[in-house]
Design a protein around this ligand. Structure first.
Ligand code: ASP
Length: 316
């Protein structure tokens, strides 16, 4: 029987049991399980890894608990600027959007950019115009409104501070280290042995408009290559960009022969830690191995395989 597997994440950081009520913890787990089931059903019905990761990420984008799509945080101008990317391990094709607004599911726009434009990444107004041409209906700002995230923004909107999602300590600045991250992602291996990866985020509360993180950048926040692995990252984007995280894992496997587990461990638990880059990643390879690796206290995550694994978890 060929192996199939799907892993998802909903962000990493300082996520401690003391920070979530039992009800909220249950809601997060339900949101994760729903996304896992949505993507896995596609794999189980012989669908492609690409379709599975898009469906899983779109499900997380529709759940306002996660900082992506509907749940995206506010920028310093009170908007929701979203970054997302998608990559197909069969042929290294990919699509990405950066700083896009009013799109319900940025991950679907990534697919259309990949399939219907001659480009890989579109940003801001250009991405929106392309979406309109593809027949997308724009969502009003009210669709993305969330009182909790609005209050987070109000607290810091007149300052130079910016903060990542779900933070315990409210303010983030260069001087004050951030501890929690949003973002959602999925990686999959399908029955034909193909890999795919997808990532989507609203970025950071009060982020400077135009700021782009690691999530939409192929090879950094997202990477898939049938020769090695599929990866989706979450964490402090500025560090992940400089560490070229996803491609580094793939290179360690391709050029140095490391296993998926070892490659993820080197990048997340050693290289990133030495740089001060907090966060994690999810990864699968063509043999059905997987890794849900993070250097923070927790990561919203889930894994389902046809070897019987079906789990969602939050803490270490
Ligand atoms: N990596 C994302 C960014 O820097 C944030 C996150 O993963 O939560 O935009």
């Amino acid at each position: 029987m060929s192996k199939i597997s799907l892993a998802i994440h909903g962000g990493a950081g300082t996520i401690l049991p003391s920070m979530l009520t039992p009800e909220l913890e249950l809601s997060y787990k339900q949101g994760l399980q729903e996304a896992l089931n949505t993507g896995y059903n596609i794999l189980e019905n012989k669908g492609s890894a690409l379709d599975a990761v898009i469906a899983a990420v779109a499900s997380l984008e529709d759940c306002e608990l996660f900082n992506a799509g509907k749940g995206s945080v506010f920028t310093n101008q009170g908007k929701h600027e979203m970054d997302a990317s998608l990559m197909n391990g069969i042929d290294l094709s990919g699509g990405a959007v950066a700083g896009v607004t009013n799109i319900k599911n940025p991950i679907q726009l990534c697919r259309d950019i990949m399939l219907q434009s001659n480009h890989v990444m579109l940003a801001g107004e250009g991405a929106k115009e392309f979406a309109l041409r593809c027949g997308y209906e724009l969502q009003p700002d009210a669709y993305f409104f969330n009182q909790y995230r609005y209050d987070q923004w109000q607290e810091i909107k007149d300052s130079a501070f910016y903060q990542l999602d779900h933070k315990e300590d409210k303010l983030h600045s260069k001087e004050k280290d951030d501890r929690k991250f949003g973002t959602v992602g999925a990686v999959a291996l399908d029955a034909n042995g193909n890999l795919a990866a997808a990532t989507s985020t609203g970025g950071m509360t009060n982020k400077r408009f135009g700021r782009i993180g690691d999530s939409p950048v192929l090879g950094i926040g997202t990477y898939a290559n049938n020769k090695t692995c599929a990866i989706s990252c979450t964490g402090h984007g500025e560090f992940f960009l400089r560490a070229v995280v996803a491609y580094d894992v793939s290179c360690l496997m391709e050029y140095k022969g490391l296993s998926l587990q070892d490659a993820c461990h080197v990048v997340v638990k050693d290289k990133l830690v030495k740089m001060g880059g907090e966060g994690g990643l999810i990864a699968v390879d063509t043999l059905g191995n997987y890794s849900l690796c993070f250097n923070s206290e927790g990561m919203y995550r889930g894994i389902r395989t046809n070897s019987g694994m079906n789990e969602v978890a939050i803490y270490e």
